[in-house]
Design a binder for this molecule. Structure first.
Ligand code: B12
Length: 212
C-alpha cells in the first residue's frame, strides 16, 4: 500500500483518491488502518504548511477537517474493536477555553464511541467551571481535554486546578490531547495522562473505567 500517495492526496485535498485508498485498506482486512490514519495526519500537516504559506485559505482548512472526518469514518471499525454489550462508561470530552479547533476532538469522540464509551461532548471553547459542573451533575469520572493552540495548555491547567478547587481532583482522571500536548504539558497542567493517538486514549480510558 502506497501511504506516501495517501499523504499527498490528503495534502492536495483530493477526496476521491483519499477515499479510494482507505476503502482498499478496509477491503484488505483493515490491518493497515493505523498506518493509514498516520498518513492522513501527515497530510493534514501539509495542509497546515500550505495555509501558512498563503496557498490555502480558511475554507480549505474547513474542507480538510471534513475530509479527515470522512477518513476516520471509513477506518473507525478497524482502529478500535467495539465493546458492545457491556454497560457504557460515561465520560466528558471537550476543546478547552479559547480554542475553537474541533476536528481532532471529533475524531477522538468517534473512536471513544466505537470503543464503547458514552461521550458527553461539551463542544469547543469550554470554560473550566462548565467542565467541573458537568462532571459533578452527571457523576462523571473520566475527563478528556482537547486543544490545538499553544495557549490551550493554560486552559487545561486551569481546568485541572478547577477540579482541585472544587475538592474533586481525586474523583476524576484527566487526559489531555492535541498537537501541543506533551509529557511536559502533562506535568505543567497536572493531568493524569496525555495522548496524540486516539487508540492510546481509548486504552487509557478503558483502564480508568475499571477504577470507578
Ligand atoms: C483546521 C485548522 C483550523 C480550522 C479549525 C476548524 C475546526 N473545526 O477545527 C480553523 C480555520 C477554524 C482554524 C482557526 C485558527 N487557527 Co488553526 N489550524 C488548523 C490546522 C490546519 C489543522 C488542525 C487539525 O484539525 N488537525 C488535524 C487533527 C486530526 O489533529 P489534532 O487536532 O492534533 O488531533 C489529533 C491528535 O492531536 C489527537 N487529539 C486531539 N484532541 C485530543 C484530545 C484528547 C483527549 C486526546 C487524548 C487526543 C487528542 O487526536 C487527533 C487525531 O489523531 C492546524 C495546523 C496543523 N497542522 O495542525 C492549524 C493551527 C492549529 N491553527 C493555528 C492558528 C494560529 C489558528 C488561528 C489563530 C488562525 C487565525 N489567525 O485566526 C485560528 C484560531 C481560532 C481559535 N481561537 O481556536 C496554528 C496554531 C499555532 C499555535 N501553536 O498556537 C496552527 C498550528 C497553524 C499554524 N501552523 O500556524 N484553524
Amino acid at each position: 500500500m502506497d501511504f506516501e500517495e495517501l499523504v499527498q492526496a490528503m495534502g492536495d485535498l483530493d477526496e476521491d483518491t483519499v477515499v479510494e485508498i482507505l476503502e482498499k485498506v478496509m477491503e484488505d482486512g483493515g490491518s493497515q488502518a493505523g498506518e493509514a490514519m498516520a498518513a492522513c495526519q501527515k497530510g493534514m500537516d501539509l495542509v497546515g504548511e500550505q495555509f501558512q504559506a498563503g496557498d490555502y485559505f480558511v475554507g480549505d482548512l474547513i474542507y480538510a477537517g471534513e475530509l479527515m472526518t470522512t477518513a476516520v469514518g471509513i477506518l473507525k471499525d478497524a482502529l478500535v474493536s467495539s465493546d458492545s454489550g457491556s454497560t457504557k462508561t460515561k465520560m466528558i470530552l471537550c476543546t478547552v477555553k479559547d480554542d475553537l479547533h474541533d476536528i481532532g476532538k471529533n475524531i477522538v469522540r468517534s473512536m471513544l464511541e466505537a470503543g464503547g464509551f458514552e461521550v458527553m461532548d461539551l463542544g469547543i471553547d469550554v470554560p473550566a467551571e462548565d467542565i467541573v459542573k458537568a462532571a459533578k451533575e452527571n457523576n462523571i469520572h473520566i475527563i478528556a481535554l482537547s486543544g490545538v493552540l499553544t495557549l490551550a495548555i493554560d486552559s487545561m491547567k486551569a481546568t485541572v486546578d478547577a477540579f482541585t478547587a472544587a475538592g474533586m481532583r481525586d474523583q476524576v482522571k484527566i487526559i489531555i490531547g492535541g498537537a501541543p500536548v506533551s509529557e511536559d504539558a502533562m506535568r505543567i497542567t497536572g493531568a493524569d495522562e496525555f495522548a496524540h493517538d486516539p487508540q492510546k486514549t481509548v486504552r487509557t480510558c478503558n483502564e480508568w473505567a475499571k477504577l470507578f
